[in-house]
Design a binder for this molecule. Structure first.
Ligand SMILES: Nc1ncnc2c1ncn2[C@@H]1O[C@H](COP(=O)(O)OP(=O)(O)OP(=O)(O)O)[C@@H](O)[C@H]1O
Ligand SMILES: [Mg+2]
Length: 246
């Protein structure tokens, strides 16, 4: 094989490895089983929309991916690496950023302390400083508000503060759980524009959202979750009609 052919094969192989793959994953909260044999994969650079009614297990699935909830069965692979038994910090270090449901900020700390604290958990002192600068460049208004107590930011601003970490960490996979929950339509619009920008930067997305119309513009793949099971999964175009049944 020529060098060039070997190189092409290498590239093709890499493209074939999904960014995220779940194989028959189950998870429980004590005796309550929340996920049943969940399998799907997200190719690198794609966006998956995860939809389902309240209590279907969407947030649990997000927590499984980022290591916040342990799995009881199956396998989770991230970029070809089996992360089934990795801790949340190990998974984050590999490049998974999970913006959790609700306001994932420390409301009594300042904007800057919020950022510094989340960076310090994963990065060294110098890298944390660079990450802070990257967040301020991505969101210039944050710099002006850096001394403000995060809990006094508006709901939309708090969500943007969570998203600022994307620019600082440059994750490979962003797991976003109901980022736009409870936000005014104009702010929802902003959040989705930001997600679009993040996708254009080549970051793979797993998105949980109630705003289906906006989500469907962004997503390539759809996963329908019902009572802890994936009942449908595939390219968005082929599954759009199923959404009516939700
Ligand atoms: N910490 C927990 N302890 C026990 N049961 C839990 C826990 N967290 C979630 N559950 C249960 O697991 C199931 C799935 O919850 P999950 O939060 O994943 O649903 P969801 O699809 O995200 O719902 P929503 O759309 O309301 O956010 C629910 O029945 C819920 O009550
Ligand atoms: Mg949820």
């Amino acid at each position: 094989m020529t060098d060039l052919a070997a190189q092409e094969l290498q590239i093709r192989k890499h493209q074939e490895v999904p960014m995220l793959e779940l194989r028959s994953v189950s998870a429980s909260y004590g005796p309550y089983r929340a996920l049943f044999n969940v399998s799907f994969s997200i190719p690198q650079g794609s966006a998956m929309a995860l939809v389902g009614s309240n209590g279907a297990g969407k947030s649990t699935l997000a927590r499984v991916v980022s290591g916040l909830v342990p799995i009881s069965d199956g396998q989770v692979l991230f970029d070809g690496v089996d992360i089934s038994n990795f801790s949340a910090v190990q998974i984050a270090r590999l490049g998974v950023l999970h913006i959790t449901e609700g306001r994932s900020i420390f409301s009594t700390l300042t904007v800057e302390d919020n950022l510094v604290l989340s960076f310090k958990k994963l990065l060294g002192r110098r890298e944390s400083k660079e990450a802070l600068e990257a967040a301020y460049i991505g969101f210039p208004w944050l710099r002006k508000r850096r001394k403000q107590i995060a809990g006094t930011l508006s709901g939309g601003e708090q969500r943007m503060l969570s998203l600022a970490k994307v620019f600082a960490f440059s994750p490979k996979l962003l797991v976003a759980d109901e980022l736009s929950f409870g936000l005014a339509p104009i702010v929802v619009e902003e959040v989705f524009q930001l997600l679009e920008r993040i996708k254009l930067n080549g970051i793979t997305l797993m998105i949980i959202e109630q705003h289906l119309d906006k989500l469907l513009q962004l997503a390539d793949i759809l996963g329908l979750l019902k009572k802890g099971e994936i009942v449908d999964y595939g390219p968005l175009e082929t599954l759009k009609s199923k959404l009516i049944q939700l």
